[in-house]
Ligand binder design. Sequence first.
Ligand code: ADP
Ligand code: MG
Length: 319
Amino acid sequence: DLLISQIAAGEVVERPASVLKELLENSLDAGATRIDVQLEEGGVRLIRVVDDGGGIAPDDLPLALARHATSKIASLADLEQVGSYGFRGEALASIASVARVSITSRHASQSHAHRLRSDADKAEPAALAGGTVIEVADLYFNTPARRKFLKTEATEFAHCDEVMRRMALARPDVAFTLAHNGSAKRRLASADFSRRARDIIGEDFFPHARPLDATAGPLRLSGLAALPAYSRSGRDEQYFFVNGRFVRDKLLTHAARQAWADILHGARHPAYVLFLELDPAGVDVNVHPAKTEVRFRDARGIHQFVFHALQRTLATPLS
Ligand code: ADP
Ligand code: MG
């Protein structure tokens, strides 16, 4: 079973940033309004995520680390309508097979917290005011071959920071902090989308950014799209979210690139933060465990809608 978990981990736990993504999604699924992240050595030595969410009842703690134990879907039919980020129930089990994991949690119904370590079989009492603290230490300590594929501390930290940026853009209502090796890197107060986008993308994006909000039947595209005058070397600011999840999708990127193609020249890249919303039944988020790929039922219709909505926005003169 450990071997199966380690193989599954190869899909989910590519690097510290993929661990961080899973932990952040769990905190958001638990209704957290504030999430604090502390990393050490690019997240390889330690990833600690502290949230103020609903917590885990003591009886459920061992389940949190068990394979295919998810509290989020009860039937296959639910899979079509997943509103939560997680639904496979294998992230924590996979992570625990390649790192030392400790979960400390205090469920609202409990007078104190409990802590379970992945190398112990019983939870112990612990002190915590509320919410959940998950620590993932020594990633790949037992699979040295994988450890060799990790990049420098700075690179792994940059990937973790990118995961934070995506989550922070998707959930401006949630407060986030990020620290690396004891020094504060990000401090994001709960805000509206526009404020959050300024915090994440930077002020220089805004003079060139246009808000858009287009709907067609069950489809909605909203967010910000920057005109070509905005360009920053070395960094692609292209964020697409589908029903709240960050995605990297060929169809959407292509539709965007095409909308910009007429007005964008040379090495400049389109810059945007866009949210596509549609009926969950029209999109399959189940393509890959890392979940940045999606498949649309009506690919053609989506492409046209996104292309036209962006083209219209870009063609409107600045007021
Ligand atoms: P999934 O998210 O797909 O259900 P995970 O392996 O990521 O599976 O998590 C397993 C379970 O652990 C979740 O279903 C949830 O019940 C619980 N859990 C994990 N992290 C948290 C958290 N931060 N707060 C509350 N519950 C959590
Ligand atoms: Mg999860």
